[in-house]
Design a protein around this ligand. Sequence first.
Ligand code: MLT
Length: 278
Amino acid sequence: MKKFLVDDTTYCATTKGSGPVLLFAHGFPFDGRLFQPVVDRLATRFFCVALDLRGFGGTPLGSNGHNSLGAPRVKMGRFADDLAILGSELDCELGRKNAKIFVCGLSMGGYILLEFLRRRPQMLAGAIFCDSNAKADSEEKAKSRLYLAETIDSFGVRNLAENTIPTLISPKTAKNKPEVVETLREMISSQSALGIAAASRGMAVRRDLTDLLPTIEVPTLVLGGEDDSLSPPESLDEIASAIPSASRATIPNAGHVPPLENPDAFANAILEWHERIA
Ligand code: MLT
């Protein structure tokens, strides 16, 4: 595990491989372990960085992980700025100057990737948008996130894991891959209530970025599991058709977390796309 000073916190990340930098931004409530199986497969082509976003895994929330009233909150733009700082830091460390990077964002990581595209498209060589969407929360959804943020301490992170896992995976994963269920359970249960509250509040106030999609010029791959009920294939088709530069791939035998459920297909989709745009 490597550590990188990013503004007011220290990001923990697993790094592996050589080639252009590929930052992996995980979903909620996970950490960099979500991408572990694909990092091994993609390391021949990329310098892979599977990071723990602030408040998750080994990365402390930091003083900037709070709103003006002192409640834990990290907006998607803050996470996107962290990725930009980390990307520049890696540039220096690898002896490169202003090299463009790739960012792969899954679900909440996809919200962060869109903020990155809005703020700093010039830093990106490519964008990999997985199992996510571009819309803001409905009022009802935003309320439920704020409720989760207020109650997670007493509700318990382990209960959150038990409640959410069935919605995250394909029925085929549930039946055939108990090790994926166990990995998810361990990963979610190990997150801190503070990090969960902060990201929940941040997602609740994220902006609608649907209008950004037609303006994206960076080569983009839109990926998703065929059985993802949270970001269904039809909604990812819509996103891909709204982005002029987008390619689209669907990962078989996978729900919302294809890097764990079908890592071979997930990594191959990225490698094939990268070959086409290189
Ligand atoms: C995720 O996997 O990051 C979540 O499903 C995102 C969300 O709650 O909107």
